[in-house]
Write a protein that binds this ligand. Structure first.
Ligand code: PLP
Length: 433
């Protein structure tokens, strides 16, 4: 499976015919510059794996310098709408031709309508939205709002991931990324994910007001689903102990799990919610922190308590608002649920050849699917087999035994076939040593 798709020179960007030697040179130059000016380790891995350049993308496909198509089931969970969704591209292109960046001196209407659109699909009560440029920044603001509301403790979950700026990192339950950077933000504690009793004990141990910061499903933690009822218990405990509940829905939200939000699964309304990734429409980086009027009041009273030169710029705002329109209009949340429901057993079957000595479990919800291997080595090998099949998957930051699939909701039947056959062939190759 996996057609090689040729594109015309005009689609390619008008450079006319490019010789194989020139293409090889472009790759060598990129690797050299990456090594000398971006990151030596990245460059070495890219070179060892023989990774191609990514040149263009459309829908579920990404094309390399040879115009070979790759099925994108990775992309850090961003591309639920696929790459360059046409409606988002049109809206952003029109805005680019009108007014891309704000003055901050006048009224910018796009950020206002994006906030209205986003809060209209958010869990009830989250009336305000502040747009930023990345997920980690939205977590920084969540922590700041908690602080400004008197929370001097953050209780986060072991294995959770919230980003790599210092505040968000301090709540990320993986020591590997914290090594050498301690002490980080004071007052952060960790409890086991999915264990309501442990959370209760932590809340009861100290009368200082706390903010509980959680993902509804741990994505980078290895696609870990909490026991049924856990999120509801967390909400009840936060109410009992007067703690704020901040849900990090950067990876789980906006349809990825087959519901608008992971916390919808248990009808839980957080006080603060962070979102990003899918919000971009696969076009412009954007994230946001949402909050209830009560929590947001500190910003309403002092609008300069938080600000950002680029946060909520017109391009990002238009991308976000159009993404929400498309999710609604094309019923992509429902589609993610249906497609994910079909894919999970199909993926489990396709991987049967690898057997229980190599694969411990296939699990997921909606279009967030994790394949847990029995150790790190086969997981890494599997990723390279899938690359040979021209299917892009993701490693998992806090659980290197787990390979993640985050396909778009717009997968066509032949893409599904391509994915399943690639999984099957990779499992056979792995089992054969
Ligand atoms: N929170 C969660 C749950 C994430 O999955 C991620 C990224 O993977 C982040 C925060 C950080 O987002 P970003 O990489 O956009 O800073």
């Amino acid at each position: 499976m996996g057609e090689r798709q040729r594109i015309s020179p005009s689609q390619r960007g008008g450079s006319g015919t490019v010789s194989p030697a020139e293409k090889g040179r472009a790759r060598a130059v990129a690797l050299d510059h990456l090594r000398d000016h971006v990151n030596r380790g990245h460059s070495r891995i890219a070179s060892l794996l023989g990774l191609p350049l990514e040149v263009r993308s459309s829908g579920a496909l990404v094309y390399d310098e040879e115009d070979t198509a790759y099925l994108d089931c990775g992309g850090y969970g961003v591309f639920l709408l696929g790459h360059r969704h046409p409606d988002v591209v049109d809206a952003v292109t029109a805005q680019l031709g009108r007014h891309p960046l704000p003055t901050r001196a006048l009224i910018e209407p796009n950020v206002a309508s994006a906030a209205q659109a986003l809060t209209s699909v958010a869990p009830a009560g989250l009336q305000y939205a502040f747009f930023v440029n990345s997920g980690t920044e939205s977590v920084e603001l969540a922590i700041k709002l908690a602080r400004a509301n008197g929370c001097r403790r953050v209780i986060a979950a072991e294995g959770g991931f919230h980003g790599k700026t210092l505040g968000a990192l301090s709540a990320t339950g993986n020591n590997r990324y914290r090594a050498g950077l301690e002490p980080l933000l004071p007052g952060v504690e960790f409890v086991p994910f999915g264990d309501a009793e442990a959370l209760k004990a932590a809340l009861a141990s100290d009368a200082t007001r706390a903010c509980v910061l959680l993902e509804p499903v741990q994505a980078e933690g290895g696609v870990r689903l909490p026991p049924t009822g856990y999120l509801r218990q967390v909400r009840e405990l936060c109410d009992e102990f007067h703690a704020l509940l901040a849900m990090d829905e950067i990876q789980s939200g906006l349809g990825r799990l087959g519901s608008w939000w992971g916390c919808d699964e248990e009808d839980v309304r957080p006080d603060v919610l962070t979102t990003g990734k899918v919000l971009s429409g696969g076009v412009v980086p954007v994230a946001a922190t949402l909050a209830t009027p009560e929590v947001y009041e500190v910003l309403n009273q002092d609008p300069l308590l938080h600000s950002s030169t680029y946060g909520g710029n017109p391009l990002a705002a238009v991308a976000a608002a159009t993404t929400i329109d498309v999710l609604r209009r094309d019923r992509l949340v429902e589609q993610a649920r249906t497609l994910g429901g079909r894919l999970l057993p199909q993926i489990t079957d396709a991987l049967a050849a690898a057997g229980p000595t190599l694969i411990r479990e296939v699990r997921g919800r909606g279009l967030l699917i994790g394949i847990e291997f029995t150790s790190e080595a086969p997981a890494g090998l599997f990723l390279t087999h899938m690359l040979r099949e021209r299917v892009l998957t993701s490693y998992t930051l806090n659980a290197s035994r787990v390979i993640r699939l985050t396909p778009p909701a717009i997968l066509e039947p032949d893409h599904v076939c391509w994915l399943l056959q690639s999984l099957e062939r990779s499992a056979v190759a792995l089992a054969g040593g």
